[in-house]
Design a protein around this ligand. Structure first.
Ligand code: FRU
Length: 307
């Protein structure tokens, strides 16, 4: 017993010694953002910065790929050749960013992947909400709200990005067994102007549309604007995802959206995870963030968590 205790004390001293020897004065983190054209991504960077600012030993370098996967690849490569201590990436698309992320790992740079995934498992930690679960909850809410029948338009997020794929497949599972019909669907690539244009086509083709399920709030808002221009906005319900206070939640308060599902940015969690990695602590491979549903009935009470 006594030997065991001595051994434990010796180990503890060794470990503290090691971490002191390895500790750096400043840790540089490269953050590769897919784009800053969308308010949600501006919020993600702000959340990262706010958390990083609490730690004087962290230096952040932000790069904005302006919604261009090739540009984002070069940004990752630049971070690697510059020798950052850690990389955070929110990739525009899964496939084109998989290899550069794997290269960073091979170069010994830990990588935290935020919100959109890469393919395979060559990264240190993935942080994000469960998009399948959100899509499923949206499907169930829509099924209940329309009493199991009606014509639905689905405006999808970029289908080469994993949240777009998962918000679709979760939704299909969520409406299973109902008489809901998806009369029109299109990839609006997460963009409000694209959603508006697609909705104009849907409105021209279908005299009866009961609800729009858009994979993000800008998409739902674009659809609402198209319906409003056609004088049909009061006949249609609109559902989105993100729930930024100044965007989706404000739309629910204004009666523009009937529901929005929260999609947290994970910015603070990314920095907290980076600090653990710097301290030499083991981190889990996957951190799943929660979500909430906001409707006009519960918005003033702060929404309702998904079970
Ligand atoms: C912003 C955004 C969000 C969406 C997320 C999915 O670029 O489109 O609206 O929830 O990306 O990755």
């Amino acid at each position: 017993m006594r030997n065991l205790l001595l051994w434990a004390v010796a180990m503890a001293l060794m470990l503290t010694g090691a971490s002191i020897a390895n500790a750096k004065d400043i840790y540089t983190i490269g953050m590769s953002q897919a784009n800053l054209g969308e308010p949600w991504r501006v919020q993600m960077n702000a959340d990262i910065k706010a958390e990083a600012d609490k730690h004087p030993n962290i230096k952040m370098i932000f790069k904005d790929a302006q919604n261009d996967s090739l540009k984002q690849r070069s940004h990752v490569e630049e971070f690697v050749s510059q020798g950052v201590d850690l990389l955070i990436i929110s990739p525009k698309e899964a496939q084109p960013l998989t290899e550069p992320v794997a290269r960073a790992m091979e170069a010994g740079i830990p990588v935290i992947v935020l919100d959109r995934r890469v393919l395979g498992d060559k990264y240190t930690c993935f942080i994000g909400a469960d998009n399948k679960k959100i899509g499923h909850a949206a499907g169930e809410w829509i099924k209940k709200t329309l009493s199991g029948k009606g014509n639905v338009v689905e405006l999808k997020g970029l289908q080469t990005s994993t949240p777009g794929q998962d918000r679709h497949s979760g939704f299909i599972d969520g409406i299973a067994g109902s008489d809901l019909k998806i009369v029109f669907n299109a990839d609006m690539k997460w963009l409000e102007p694209d959603a508006r244009k697609e909705m104009e086509s849907a409105l021209a083709r279908f005299p009866q549309i009961d609800l729009v399920y858009a994979h993000n709030d800008p998409g739902a808002h674009g659809a609402y604007l198209a319906a409003k221009a056609a004088g049909r906005e009061t006949q249609i319900k609109f559902v989105g995802i993100d729930s930024l206070p100044q965007e989706g939640i404000a739309y629910v308060r204004q009666g523009i959206l009937d529901a929005t599902f929260q999609y947290p940015t994970g910015g603070a969690e990314a920095i907290q995870t980076a600090l653990k990695i710097f301290r030499g602590e083991k981190v889990v491979k996957e951190i799943t963030l929660g979500s909430r549903l906001f409707t006009k009935e519960n918005v003033e009470a702060g929404g309702q968590p998904l079970p």
